[in-house]
Design a protein around this ligand. Structure first.
Ligand SMILES: [Zn+2]
Length: 341
């Protein structure tokens, strides 16, 4: 089985994002949000059949671990109440996709975060998504202010209620920022990769991984700048007397393969142990074009893994085994959802 651990519902029906615009406008005007729009199963089927499912079939992947559109989380917009209503609507839609296509999609929750609001307010939504929807992970935004970094770093006890819940439920968090509202940081070209890199560094310089020895984090987009600068982080850890970087981080921190060229994948697989790499493409997502140098989509990352000089057993870990290990609830959810198909 080939499991893509990083996909977002970027093709959701128009009225879903339309409602979000109305909700934020109503909030700004001090009014109540309008009722949520009707979205039929057929409308959802259409967006998936012609979108993510079509791409899965074309590229020969089987299952996508699926979450709401990341840039659309918009935690800097509105307030805690609007974030709660929006996260609830987005997660419900993911649940509907997973129910309509139980063999192809398994859910991951977006959280109702807001800048400078304690993440404690996310716990009820995590419980709902795991217990009622069967979701297997969360996307945790280390910067709900959208590029202004107004919350404490991930090492701060501020975040511990979320970590306690993750350990309790055996669900990992992908550290994933949302849209940038700071014009100096392009959302997908700069803010995403900065978020990945900053998240890793914040965990490295904290006691989170000691305080929660079984917790698991996925750093998306190939780990931002981290694998390329592994020597820098090894040196920083050494200078700070934190010990060996691999001992410090690699029991709990994993990297996905959303790197859009072969040389980058080669570097990732050379620097990061195979046990810590999870296959992902983030399709349909940030980069949608075809690479003129290869004639294939940049985000067709399976092609790069296929070309790596690794054994079949190692590739099976990247494509499937590691995801089953990192997402503790994944294997049972695959079985349960397959039984409903
Ligand atoms: Zn993403």
């Amino acid at each position: 089985m080939i499991i893509d651990c990083h996909g977002h519902y970027t093709t959701s029906p128009r009225q879903h994002e339309g409602w979000r615009t109305q909700q934020i406008e109503a909030h700004a005007a001090g009014k109540a949000a309008p009722p949520r729009p009707t979205i039929t199963d057929d409308e959802i089927r259409q967006t998936i059949d012609g979108g993510q499912l079509k791409v899965q079939k074309e590229r020969g992947t089987d299952l996508t671990i699926f979450s709401p559109r990341a840039a659309g989380m918009g935690h800097h917009l509105g307030d805690a109440t609007t974030s709660e209503a929006w996260a609830s609507a987005c997660n419900e839609l993911i649940h509907r996709v997973c129910s309509l296509f139980p063999k192809n999609f398994i859910g991951v929750a977006m959280l109702p975060q807001s800048a400078r609001v304690s993440p404690r307010n996310c716990l009820a939504e995590i419980e709902r998504c795991v217990n009622h929807y069967g979701f297997v992970g969360i996307n945790l935004n280390p910067d709900p202010s959208g590029g202004h970094w107004q919350d404490p770093p991930l090492g701060d006890r501020y975040w511990y209620p979320i970590y306690e819940k993750m350990v309790d439920y055996d669900i990992p968090a992908m550290i994933h920022v949302s849209m940038s509202c700071n014009p100096t940081h392009h959302t997908t070209g700069s803010h995403y990769l900065n978020g990945d890199t900053a998240g890793f560094n914040q965990l490295m310089t904290s006691s989170v991984l000691k305080d929660f020895p079984t917790i698991k984090f996925i750093i998306p987009h190939g780990g931002g700048a981290v694998p390329y600068h592994w020597g820098r982080y090894r040196g920083l850890a050494q200078d700070a007397k934190l010990g060996l970087l691999s001992e410090l981080m690699l029991h709990n921190v994993f990297f996905d393969t959303c790197v859009y060229h072969l040389s980058g994948q080669e570097l990732l697989a050379k620097v990061i142990p195979v046990d810590n790499i999870l296959f992902a493409s983030e399709m349909i997502g940030a980069v949608r074009g075809v690479d003129p140098e290869t004639g294939h989509h940049y985000d067709d990352t399976k092609r790069y893994i296929d070309q790596l000089p690794l054994s079949a057993a190692d590739k099976a870990k990247i494509f499937e085994g590691n995801a089953r290990r990192v997402y503790g609830r994944l294997s049972s959810t695959i079985e349960r959802q397959a039984a409903t198909a």
